[in-house]
Design a binder for this molecule. Structure first.
Ligand code: SAM
Length: 265
């Protein structure tokens, strides 16, 4: 059974062109931390348009990839041959048969209605020596702060369904919060760390994510009156200029939380 919120429904193309490029920057750090050997059985959960699945396949893994959104999967199936794709989601993953040597969930933990039950399910799908690697975004980091400032300067209201508090996401978005969530769900942690990088992106392309309803900022944008939505776009033009570099791209500093571990005894 999947208990997903449906907020990614119909967003595959807009996601692939925008925020997927941000999440893709975490693929190599996650897979490097797992270091799966060729032939390992790897499950990629919340695969979206398939970035992790592709990279894991290219490292010689036998990849099963799942997502509850049919249009995400349809894109992934086209883009990433050689991977078994299954329409399914956490916390149930009823259509998935373990065990797996490795499990990845890139930028998925903060999307889940039941994060603890979901991670527990992932640990059940691991082989006794299997390991999982996850990534998520902290509560505040510069790239997110830009969106927070856009919302504040436009005087936009955050709808209750888009709340980012610990109460809303089910865990605190910090190194301690992620460690606590994973440990309580049966993960023997090896490492939890902050991964810092710079996201280089065309300013118009980056705005085309929220304006098409993608991610948290897209949810907020879509909930506004036309006047407030215009105010958000104007605030973005003003505020993003601070990150514009000589190459015409925004250079947005970003931080992700990454974690890797195995099953608790
Ligand atoms: C930010 S995207 C990340 C996609 C992909 N992992 C990547 O690296 O590009 C979040 C993904 O989580 C999926 N998702 C949402 N709820 C889920 C659930 N309950 N179980 C599994 N995946 C879920 C969404 O459909 C979406 O594809």
């Amino acid at each position: 059974m999947s208990n997903h919120t449906g907020k990614w429904a119909g967003k595959a193309e807009a996601y692939a062109e925008t925020f997927a490029l941000l999440c893709a920057q975490l693929v190599d750090p996650l897979l490097d931390a797992l270091a799966p050997t060729a032939g390992s059985r790897l499950l990629d959960v919340g695969t979206g348009t398939g970035s992790v699945a592709r990279a894991a396949r290219d490292r010689g893994c036998q990849v099963v990839a799942v997502d509850p959104e049919a249009d995400m999967l349809a894109m992934a199936v086209q883009a990433v041959p050689g991977v078994e794709f299954i329409e399914d989601g956490l916390p149930g993953l009823d259509r998935v048969t373990g065990p797996f040597d490795a499990i990845t969930a890139n930028c998925v933990l903060n999307q889940l209605a039941e994060p603890q039950a979901s991670v527990r399910r992932l640990t059940q799908l691991l082989s006794p020596d299997g390991r999982l690697a996850i990534s998520t975004w902290p509560e505040v980091h510069p790239l997110q702060q830009l969106w927070n400032d856009v919302v504040a300067q436009a005087g936009a209201e955050v709808p209750s369904g888009a709340a980012r508090s610990a109460a809303a996401t089910g865990f605190e978005r910090s190194l301690d919060g992620v460690s606590g969530l994973l440990s309580a769900a049966g993960v023997q942690l090896e490492r939890v760390w902050a991964y810092e990088f710079v996201h280089r992106v065309d300013p118009q392309l980056w705005w085309s994510g929220p304006s098409r309803g993608v991610a948290w900022i897209g949810q907020v944008y879509r909930a506004q009156s036309p006047a407030k939505a215009d105010a958000m776009e104007r605030a973005y033009q003003r505020l993003s200029a601070a990150y514009l570099a000589a190459d015409g791209m925004l250079h947005l500093p970003a931080t992700a939380i990454l974690a890797v571990g195995g099953r608790s005894a």
